[in-house]
Design a protein. Structure first.
Lengths: 299, 322
């Protein structure tokens, strides 16, 4: 899928720009450590973040985080409140800059194109990197069907039957189809909280992005609704790269393939402490701070 | 027991006579009752005093157009048409501009610009009605008669309602003055309901790839629409009741206007204009009947508007400039 915007050189993923970023290996990019304990193959890189700094005005919230997000894997970002994990995930689809006075320094490559390149259109980035928010936010004036199809308005898909197919597929992938197939014309806010969140997932994947970012998607849901979302994530990971921010360690352990642990230093700046395959991280953390956090000694 | 408590410096548990509380409660209740009494009294007085006219004029009062005090024929059709036409036209203009300004202030302008602009638009609401009226006669009216009107008729005169002879006073002057006067109300309420659209709604659509304009169009305005409608109706209530400025610029002629330049009459301006020179008791009662009608209309409009605005902002108080 190619972003069909004007500055093609900046976003074209098939051109020579693709090779350039794969050659680029910053020294402190946290890569999978080589060794027998790695049970998870890194695989293709979907997103490569290099020296990302996120600011709110003058205040640095996320400092120099570099990591690779692997394609069709579930990557969890964990850490105590205020560690910058939500701020950081919002850098991946340029949502951070939507907050007044917020800005980002650094580079994030999507298939070789820096999404922070001045020629890149942020709205195009967001079509390829979808997002699900902490609180379900269906559009109250739209029906279930219109909610799922909302993002398709910004694509060149105009054909009614194609839109219907996309809506159905997205709702099936979000494990909501069977519950709403008779009520597609009903308002999206008539659904329960868990259903609303799955509706928002369907809305995010209907435009078929490569990456779906989930910012604490279950924090407003009850345990049963949470389990349903976790279940559908496995299915989604077959098609999409998923990055999930969660404050629930069990959730990170259950659903993710890779886990990044973030922690704010005494200066209040969030940094990435450790980034490893989830199983390694939880059974054999390398950093004392990680071990302290996952064993519940703080946070 | 009491002795022991006093010995230890404790507060007695025995009920005290709280005369201060009682007086305070009575005072605030009375104040609230006065407000209610004023409304009830107003309705009562209007109904009893206009009752002779209500029975004399019959139901024709609402649509027939003849208003002839010497012959004791009183029908408010002209005034109602004048009020409806000027208010609705002013409302359309004020809503269009007010909503655009509100969008600009909330979504686009940096705070450094938004605050002074907001303040200036609200300042419009503080300008006395008579100043608007005088400005309407001496500046706007003259401009319409000498410059705008003739050119407008040259170009659009072939369209019905857009021909005629531009004068200083007339329907168009009244509409434009009214639109200016209700703009602050529409703008301020629209601004508040647009600002009340949750951030999660904006982020939801932006995360799907919407531009700023698409965000406003697809989520902000739909979410705020009933509140904006409420803002418009609040403006309508103001336009319907506005008296002095309209009386000065509308021309005050009984008869249905045929073009936008014709003089007309509104319910409020009829009362203001004729009350000091009533020709007979039926004339006075008929003017009171017009007043009763006006009161009922504005009352209903206000209730509807507040319900709408209240629903959108989730019960929060909205600053309304009046």
């Amino acid at each position: 899928m190619v972003l069909d915007s004007e500055p093609r050189t900046a976003v074209d993923v098939t051109g020579e720009t693709g090779t350039q970023s794969f050659q680029f290996q910053p020294q402190n990019a946290l890569k999978a450590p080589a060794g027998p304990e790695v049970r998870e193959e890194p695989g293709d890189v979907a997103l490569r973040a290099e020296h990302v700094h996120a600011y709110y005005g003058q205040k640095l919230a996320v400092g120099d985080v570099s990591m690779e997000i692997y394609a069709r894997k579930i990557t969890a970002l964990i850490g105590p409140s205020g560690c910058g994990k939500s701020t950081y995930i919002r850098c991946f689809n340029r949502m951070h800059e939507f907050t007044p006075h917020a800005r980002v320094e650094g580079h994030i490559y999507l298939e070789g194109t820096d999404i922070y390149d001045p020629n890149v259109d942020a709205t195009r980035v967001r079509q390829r990197i979808g997002m699900v928010f902490q609180k379900p936010n269906p559009f109250p004036t739209m029906s279930i069907e219109q909610n799922v199809a909302a993002g398709l308005r910004f694509t060149n898909i105009r054909n009614r039957s194609e839109i219907r197919d996309r809506v159905e597929t997205a709702l099936k992938q979000a494990a909501l189809w069977d519950e709403v197939k008779g009520d597609l014309k009903k308002p999206g806010i008539a659904l329960s909280g868990g259903q609303q969140q799955r509706l928002c997932i369907a809305r995010a994947i209907a435009v078929e992005p490569e990456v779906v970012l989930m910012d604490e998607p279950c924090s407003a849901l009850d345990p049963i609704a949470t389990l349903k979302i976790e279940d559908l994530m496995y299915g989604l990971a077959e098609r999409f790269t998923i990055v999930i921010v969660t404050h629930n360690l069990q959730q990170a352990a259950r659903v993710s393939d890779w886990t990044g642990f973030m922690l704010a230093g005494e200066d209040g700046v969030g940094r990435l402490v450790e980034y490893r395959p989830t199983q390694d991280m939880f059974t054999n953390p390398r950093e004392d701070r990680t071990e302290a956090y996952i064993t519940g000694r703080f946070g | 027991m009491a002795g022991l408590a006093q010995e230890r410096g404790r507060t007695s548990l025995v009920n005290r006579v709280r005369i201060g509380d009682w007086i305070f409660t009575a005072l605030v209740s009375a104040a609230a009752a006065v407000v209610l009494l004023i409304i009830v009294g107003l309705f009562y007085e209007l109904i009893t005093r206009s009752w002779p006219a209500v029975t004399h004029n019959g139901i024709d009062f609402i649509w027939a157009t003849e208003w002839n005090p010497p012959r004791e024929v009183f029908n408010a059709g002209t005034f109602i048409v004048g009020t409806v036409v000027t208010s609705v036209a002013a409302l359309v203009i004020a809503t269009a501009i007010g909503v655009l300004v509100a969008i600009y202030l909330v979504e686009i302008a940096p705070p450094m610009v938004a605050r002074p602009v907001s303040f200036m638009v609200e300042l419009l609401a503080a300008i006395p009605s008579v100043v608007f009226g005088l400005w309407g006669v001496f500046v706007l009216g003259v401009f319409i008669r000498d410059d705008f009107g003739p050119r407008f008729v040259d170009v659009f005169g072939f369209i019905p309602f857009f021909d005629g002879t531009p004068l200083i006073t007339g329907l168009l002057s009244a509409v434009l003055i009214l639109a200016t006067m209700i703009l602050p109300t529409v703008m301020a309420v629209s601004r508040d309901v647009i600002a009340a659209v949750p951030r999660s709604q904006r982020e939801g659509i932006v995360a799907l790839g919407a531009t700023r304009w698409e965000m406003i169009q697809l989520t902000v305005l739909p979410y705020a629409r009933s509140g904006v409608l409420g803002a418009a109706i609040l403006g309508l209530a103001r336009a319907v009741g506005e008296t002095l400025a309209v009386t000065l610029v509308i021309g005050n002629r009984v008869g249905i206007p045929h073009t936008i330049f014709d003089p007309a009459y509104t319910m409020a301006s009829a009362i203001a204009n004729q009350f000091t020179e009533v020709e007979n008791d039926m004339h006075r009662a008929s003017l009171l009947e017009v007043a009763l009608l006006l009161l009922i209309i504005t009352f209903l409009i206000n209730v509807a508007a507040r319900l709408l605005v209240w629903r959108v902002t989730g019960g929060q108080r909205v600053s309304v400039v009046e």
